[in-house]
Write a protein that binds this ligand. Structure first.
Ligand SMILES: [Zn+2]
Length: 347
């Protein structure tokens, strides 16, 4: 019996140690944080610094709209104390990933508190035409596409989902690309800072200090972009991009963006949408079309070939470039987009 008791005691000791050890390690070491895509990852790095151990799911040049999480992603989420997401239904795959990973930490929705733009662009020529034609010509594309993206929806649910997608251009009620406004970025930064400070109060002062420096840079860049854009003639400020990712940028700086694809890269542009866009480019004398770092540039190149528009450069709608590219950080991305537009549109 004494041997058994000794054995049980030692088991108990080992158990206590093995429970206590990771807890100690966690409070001392960096906080495990997962960010869903590269822009959020960059913000977390700026604010969290050495106090976070960051995993970014969708990396540089990756397309979050059509991303498919991996088992490694589920593992990272299951170990995370904080999960930073964009929200506004940008990460359509998120709920399934969270279910698969048994996540027990805090989910931070970076867009909390911003005023989201509706995904209806009523003031667009494109949109009016859309409403009229949607039921007819988009149907085939959709049916094809649904097989890929929605393989777990079936039968009646599928019909329902398809119908909703039509009304809402593949997404929720709001445009998710809110990081394309530097003013919104301040809200993103505040949400991330508050969550890190709550999870790791010991280092809260560092987080708030990093936040202050970052917000100053954000505001500085915002005024610089305003200065540059102010020199562009208003009639030059309508441009074409692949998908509708720049409405917040357009609102802040007085550009109008039109795109053959909707709010998501999930759906393909229909032949009629493309023909309509080409007519609009000719009619309004739109000077430039811009390709995107995510996705296939061929459609935009064809549109440029068929009109007098030039390819104005590459814009970064929702993913950073790699370290050697022009947009390795969020602020670089915003600066690059603004300067690329300004260079192409300066008379
Ligand atoms: Zn997008």
């Amino acid at each position: 019996m004494p041997t058994l008791r000794a054995f049980l005691n030692s088991v108990a000791t080992v158990l206590v140690l093995s429970i206590a050890a990771p807890a100690t390690a966690q409070s001392d070491g960096p906080i495990p944080v997962v960010a869903t895509f590269s822009i959020l990852g960059d913000m977390v790095k700026r604010i969290g610094g050495q106090h976070v151990a960051l995993t970014t799911l969708v990396g540089p040049d990756g397309d979050t709209h059509v991303y498919q999480p991996t088992p490694a992603d589920a593992r990272a989420v299951s170990e995370a104390k904080i999960l930073v997401v964009n929200g506004l239904e940008f990460e359509g795959w998120l709920d399934r990933l969270i279910d698969a990973s048994n996540f027990r930490g805090t989910r931070v929705v970076a867009t909390d508190g911003i005023k989201p733009l509706s995904n209806e662009h009523d003031d667009h020529d494109m949109h009016d035409d859309h409403a009229k034609h949607d039921d007819h010509d988009k149907h085939d594309d959709h049916a094809k596409h649904d097989d890929h993206a929605k393989h777990d929806d079936h039968d009646k649910r599928d019909d329902h989902a398809k119908h909703d997608d039509h009304e809402g251009h593949d997404h929720g009620a709001f445009d998710p690309h809110a990081w394309q406004s530097l003013r919104n970025a301040v809200a993103y930064v505040n949400n991330i800072t508050a969550a890190l400070a709550l999870a790791n109060p010991v280092n809260a002062a560092d987080f708030y200090q990093n936040r202050a420096a970052y917000v100053a840079e954000i505001k500085n860049l915002d005024s610089k972009i305003r200065e540059v854009v102010a020199k562009l003639p208003v009639k030059n400020r309508t441009v074409v991009t692949s998908h509708d990712a720049f409405q917040y940028f357009g609102r802040d700086y007085g550009f109008e963006f039109v795109a053959p694809q909707g709010l998501s890269t999930e759906s393909e542009a229909s032949a009629k949408d493309v023909a309509r866009l080409i007519r609009q480019i000719r009619k309004q004398g739109i000077r430039a079309v811009f390709i995107e770092n995510i996705g296939d540039p061929r459609l935009l190149k064809r549109i440029a070939d068929e009109t007098q528009a030039v390819i104005g450069g590459t814009l970064y709608p929702g993913a950073l470039s790699g370290p050697d590219g022009p947009a390795p950080s969020y602020l670089d991305l915003m600066r690059h987009n603004a300067m690329t537009l300004a260079e192409a549109l300066t008379p």
